[in-house]
Design a protein around this ligand. Sequence first.
Ligand SMILES: Nc1ncnc2c1ncn2[C@@H]1O[C@H](COP(=O)(O)OP(=O)(O)OP(=O)(O)O)[C@@H](O)[C@H]1O
Ligand SMILES: [Mg+2]
Length: 365
Amino acid sequence: ISQRIYKDFSKADRVMSFNSPLMMVCVYVSMILVAWMGAKQIVASGNNAALGLTTGDLTALVTYAMQILMAMMMLSMIFVMCIISQASAERICQVLNEESTVTNPADPVKEVADGSIEFSDVNFRYSDNSEKPVLDNINLKIGSGMTVGIVGGTGSAKSSLVQLVPRLYDVTSGSLKVGGVDVRDYDMEVLRDQVAMVLQKNVLFSGTIADNLRWGNPNATDEEIRHACQLAQADGFIQEFPDKYDTYIEQGGTNVSGGQRQRLCIARALLKKPKILILDDSTSAVDTKTDQLIRAAFHNEIPDTTKIIIAQRIASVQESDMILVMEEGRITASGTHEELLKTCDEYRSIYESQTKNQAQPEELQ
Ligand SMILES: Nc1ncnc2c1ncn2[C@@H]1O[C@H](COP(=O)(O)OP(=O)(O)OP(=O)(O)O)[C@@H](O)[C@H]1O
Ligand SMILES: [Mg+2]
């Protein structure tokens, strides 16, 4: 596609680069003609106004002709611009009219019974043409209210796995059930209201903190907002702002720190009161102590919500009921922290690399 754009643009530019000299030639040829004919008339009339053209008339004529020609050149430029914008408009419409492949079923289920999740033989690829599946034969059962940790290297398809739960993508084969019902049978809005996800790359919008949090639930009361923020350990720093919950957040949340932004996004997700809460590396910029407090708050305050926590730090998932180790789109091991320490070498080596005191310089040499 890049190659084609490159060719089209080169062709267009070549045509355009001829355009300008050609027009200039036309303009100056016309001027020469006007001057030549005018001069002939002046000579013929002996510069006598009564008989024909005078030098003054000719100067005026040349100036007018020049102005008209320039205006016509502008017109042709506008014409070119119109054609370019038409192509752009077509492209914009194409994007706006694109139909999502994920659509509501004919007779959708309107209620999510509980927060249980079941993957059976799930395969998934982003594009039909890709040869290797991103998720390869995933079988997994998560009970309602469980806390599940997921660890694994970058690109091991952790995010891809959890994106299937709110049906951001459809499985390629196999089935994924939430609350005992296939996700494809739910009304999408109902499903996504019950599955809150804090993305790896999260966004805040320009507006006050309270406005931003109400994206999670437009009808939330001030108390509910405050409670969600206390759970996400965000209330503390919000109270320190002079305007508290009315503090203005700049576009993209640039005037709060990375860790503060992550906590606000967690609070926003909690406001939905979801049955399933997914945190995709959402406490990576939060210090370990606060991370611990957030997890403790989840444990005590929302015990019935299924929590899926993707993390790079083992400490963030250590107390989970089940930890999954992912590698290249497959779940290579699962179990509690203690079990995995005994059975999974990969997990143990990650754990040791994170908990051992900094390696001594001599050891590194
Ligand atoms: N939108 C997409 N379209 C096509 N391929 C994608 C897309 N998103 C991810 N992939 C591919 O899927 C694979 C898994 O990516 P994924 O984002 O799930 O990894 P991850 O485990 O979440 O990594 P990280 O720890 O860096 O967040 C990668 O090989 C990636 O190139
Ligand atoms: Mg990811």
